[in-house]
Design a binder for this molecule. Structure first.
Ligand code: ZN
Length: 403
């Protein structure tokens, strides 16, 4: 989608729909979800009965007939309906790629309950030929409203200006608030070079430790809100199923989660922005967070939100012309940064490192961050990875750097 001169940036704004508009948005959610589930069923059937894999295109071709048969679907903008099949296709592709990688639980695409369906998307906001907005998401009324086809001109709070060329618009329901999320293509604006490179070691004791020796504290938003959540969950379970009072309590829980999510996002955003401003090159471990989260560390890892942070880091680097490198993390925690000796016995405990070869002592995470930086810079220079292997059983204690 983007080349080296542009990058993709998202802009999120709060919407204030009227009652009628909100009803139309809820109806669009209901219909798109119905379509998603029907599309999933169709793909399953096609495969089961005929061994045939349907594509998004195959399914999109049927939309005209569907609208004739089920009139309610003609109340939804065509692109929004098409996008449903693109999403389904993405879910399938992600599933197949997990299977290919040999993931333990590949997670076949599932039917979506209402609680797991909270957005719909207009995939074309810009008409390239005319070099102007389409009817999807165009600001009207001096930027006080935006045009949303089949919904109306919805009030919006544009708290910061849109940048670049808008590509798509997603309408998102977040508990009880509606948002417009624009994806825009913006020109890369390179930051001035700093001549500085940094390695970061992500952890649970600290959110991150840098090779410069900076310890970034873990915000643990979820931890702090856990007590509150526990009380709110108890209220939910006390209340009668299907009752209005229970629904209200469920909403309270969702709001607490939303608060945690926003605080975490804010933290990730600020941390990533600072690192991007201070360094030309940032190296981090390639964590494959998805796999790690299945272990018993899941809670603290999810809380730390590494994946979200790394995502923000990469996105900001792209729009600022910085380099972010994910390096092979193996043995970075066991290798002595001073002499290169690598071995488990170097780790005194979780927090401290003492090299049995040269006696070098350091904070374990700080030592690891320096190793990560080394790997990042050698990757950057196009050198062999310099992946250290642990010294052999023969006790020679000599470390090897292998290509
Ligand atoms: Zn050493």
């Amino acid at each position: 989608m983007s080349d080296s001169t542009t990058s993709i940036k998202t802009f999120r704004y709060r919407l204030y729909p009227t009652r009628a508009q909100e009803a139309a948005m809820f109806e669009t959610l209901r219909l798109t979800r119905t379509l998603y589930n029907a599309g999933l069923e169709q793909r399953r059937e096609a495969y089961r009965k005929h061994g045939k894999t349907l594509s998004a295109y195959d399914q999109q071709k049927e939309l005209t007939a569907l609208k004739e048969a089920c009139l309610e679907f003609s109340g939804v903008y065509s692109h929004v309906l098409q996008d449903v099949f693109d999403r389904l296709d993405k879910a399938y592709k992600a599933f197949f790629s997990r299977v290919k990688k040999g993931a333990k639980r590949a997670g076949f695409p599932r039917f979506k309950p209402a609680t797991r369906w909270d957005s719909f998307k207009f995939k074309q906001c810009w008409n390239n030929a005319k070099n102007d907005w389409t009817a999807c998401g165009k600001p009207v009324d001096d930027g006080r409203r935006i045009s949303i086809p089949k919904i109306g001109n919805v009030k919006i709070k544009l708290h910061r200006p849109l940048e670049g060329k808008p590509k798509s618009l997603q309408i998102v329901l977040d508990v009880d608030q509606w948002y417009a999320v624009y994806t825009c293509e913006v020109p890369v604006q390179p930051l001035p070079t700093t001549g500085s490179s940094v390695g970061i070691d992500l952890g649970t004791t600290w959110f991150a430790v840098t090779s410069d020796g900076e310890f970034i504290e873990n915000p643990r938003h979820l931890g702090r809100s856990l007590g509150k959540l526990r009380v709110q969950q108890r209220t939910v379970s006390r209340r009668k199923k299907g009752g209005n009072r229970r629904k209200k309590a469920v909403k309270q829980v969702a709001k607490t989660y939303r608060k945690v999510r926003r605080q975490r996002l804010d933290f990730q955003h600020k941390t990533a922005r600072r690192l991007i401003h201070e360094h030309d090159l940032i190296a981090h471990e390639n964590l494959q967070v998805g796999n790690m989260a299945q272990s018993n560390l899941a809670r603290s890892i999810l809380d730390a939100g590494w994946a979200g942070f790394l995502f923000q880091l990469a996105a900001k680097a792209e729009s600022a012309g910085r380099r972010v490198i994910a390096v092979d993390p193996r043995y970075t925690s066991q290798r002595c940064h001073a002499c290169g000796h690598t071995g488990k016995e170097n780790r005194v405990n979780q927090a401290s490192f003492r090299c049995v070869q040269c006696g070098h002592t350091a904070n374990a995470d700080h030592n690891a961050a320096k190793n990560i930086l080394d790997r990042g810079t050698s990757t950057e220079r196009g050198e062999p990875l310099g992946r250290a292997v642990p010294s052999g059983e023969n006790g020679s204690g000599v470390s090897h750097a292998v290509a």
